[in-house]
Design a binder for this molecule. Structure first.
Ligand SMILES: Cc1cc2nc3c(=O)[nH]c(=O)nc-3n(C[C@H](O)[C@H](O)[C@H](O)COP(=O)(O)OP(=O)(O)OC[C@H]3O[C@@H](n4cnc5c(N)ncnc54)[C@H](O)[C@@H]3O)c2cc1C
Length: 451
């Protein structure tokens, strides 16, 4: 990149999207790099309002220890990035800057019946080295930690759990605020632009990009990172990138219950499904409220409760033969179809709760129907990535690269990976600038990775 271009562009980097991904990158670069002229553009009046909102996700910091659909390889990767968030939030608390970022509860994955018990025991042997704090616990210990998980079960029903005290429950919305606060404190040249929606990204022939907003503004940038959840794919495809992907937008809803759990209790995952298994856990700021969910309902919107995102979904889905065929193949899988259909019913009034309670009773057998309340207005949507070449659903996030531009598409565990993803993006951005700016990897390692 030539230096003359630096003077012609308004910013060296524009980040589009102020969720946990965009704000995490803003923090990483402002705190640890020499890149200064950075702008973050967000369409709402504040950060963390969509899938990173406190009410819209499960608040779990996913390390890969109790997520039984992760392979050892996937868990190793997820663990490396989740610890960065753990170190960040612990340090914010220790330094007295913020004590509203997380709560720490116990966390377990529960096996019920002989088949699940064998499966979980095997998993423990494979994963115990990676997660030394993970313990295999028997019925008696489960009873001590979570009495209502055991109450009401047959005496001879086999139970086993893998349990850890590392049940970090994160308020990702407050975390996004904390990232911005610390970013701006480290770099006074960085700027935020709210209430501004980027509607078009146009490559400029002399290098860089021109970003047009709904307000009619044109912002020029030498490099761009688009972290707008599912919208990132739509923007990538408009520039001819990521055309091998499509999306299945999978909304997740929650149900409230009174205080029935002391910590997080997950059920065993179906390995065919890339969504988190239904679990129960205390709310991040109120241990007396238990949430169950999330459900997994396919919706034709990129942003939940934003009807105009229907048209965006249609665009990112790519109304082409390959995409329709891939979605058809995925949804015609019996397991996936049955799961999605059942989950669609969970959101319906009257009948939904009566069906969902069967799932909840796998965790709390004695829960009464009247104790379960649909959490209205809660839960976002996960842009699950469909690979139109393999015609398969992919687990986790995707990154699409163009020339001096990155697009992040972030289903779960995207929030847990926010700092790891920001680190990877920061390395790529340094490559874009070919040595003009530097990234202090040593301090990142010391502060966030190898603490
Ligand atoms: C039900 C559910 C449960 C989940 N549970 C977990 C969990 O327990 N743990 C976990 O790690 N992850 C979880 N996730 C996933 C996690 O919530 C997301 O991966 C994460 O929040 C994504 O963050 P993001 O910043 O990439 O996207 P978002 O938080 O969606 O932010 C995108 C931002 O971009 C902005 N934007 C969009 N378009 C434009 C535009 N054109 N111009 C300007 N701004 C724009 C939006 O307003 C928004 O602020 C869950 C998700 C759901 C739905």
């Amino acid at each position: 990149m030539n230096n003359g271009q630096s003077n012609r562009c308004d910013y060296d980097l524009v980040i589009v999207g102020g969720g946990i991904t965009g704000t995490g990158l803003l923090y990483m670069l402002c705190r640890y790099s020499t890149l200064k002229r950075i702008l973050l553009v967000e369409k709402y009046q504040d950060v963390g309002r969509v899938n990173s909102a406190r009410t819209h996700n499960s608040q779990t910091l996913h390390f890969g220890d109790i997520e039984t659909n992760y392979t050892l390889e996937k868990a190793t990767k997820v663990n490396q990035t989740a610890v960065m968030i753990k170190h960040y939030v612990e340090e914010e608390k220790r330094a007295g800057r913020r004590d509203n970022l997380f709560s720490k509860y116990n966390k377990m994955v529960l096996a019920v019946g002989p088949e699940q018990v064998v499966e979980l025991s095997k998993r423990y042997e494979e994963f115990k080295q990676l997660f030394p704090r993970l313990q295999k616990i028997d019925r008696q210990r489960i009873l001590e930690l979570e009495p209502l998980v055991v109450k009401g079960r047959d005496e001879d029903e086999e139970l086993l759990a893998l349990s850890t005290d590392e049940g970090y429950t994160i308020d990702f919305q407050n975390l996004a605020h904390s990232f911005v606060e610390n970013a701006l404190a480290s770099n006074s040249d960085a700027k935020m632009l709210f209430n501004t929606k980027i509607v078009e990204i146009i490559p400029v022939t002399s290098g860089g990009y021109c970003l047009r907003s709904n307000e009619g503004n044109a912002i020029t940038a030498r490099t761009v990172v688009v972290s707008t959840g599912g919208h990132s794919l739509m923007m990538a495809q408009k520039l001819g990138h990521g055309c091998e992907y499509s999306l299945l937008s999978v909304a997740g809803s929650f149900y409230w219950a009174p205080h029935v759990l002391n910590g997080k209790v997950y059920t065993l995952q179906n390995k065919k499904l890339p969504f988190a298994a239904i679990h129960g856990d205390p709310e991040v700021h109120n241990a007396k409220e238990t949430r169950f969910g999330p459900t997994a309902k396919a919706i034709p919107f990129l942003e939940r409760r934003n009807w105009s995102s229907f048209f965006d979904y249609i665009q990112s889905c790519g109304l082409n033969f390959a995409s329709i065929l891939a979605l058809f193949k995925i949804l015609s899988d019996k397991t996936i179809f049955t799961y999605i259909f059942k989950n669609f019913l969970y959101d319906l009034p009257f009948i939904g709760k009566r069906l969902f309670i069967k799932e909840v009773r796998k965790i709390i057998p004695t829960l009464k129907l009247k104790e379960l309340i649909y959490a209205k207005g809660m839960g976002g949507t996960r842009p699950q990535i469909v690979n139109t070449r393999t015609r398969k659903l992919e687990l986790g996030e995707a990154k699409v690269m163009g020339e001096n531009i990155i697009f992040n598409i972030t289903p779960s565990p995207g929030a847990s990976n926010a700092l790891g993803n920001a680190y990877n993006d920061s390395i790529k951005i340094m490559e874009f600038f070919k040595g003009e700016f530097t990234l202090d990897k040593e301090s990142i390692e010391k502060d966030l990775i190898k603490k």
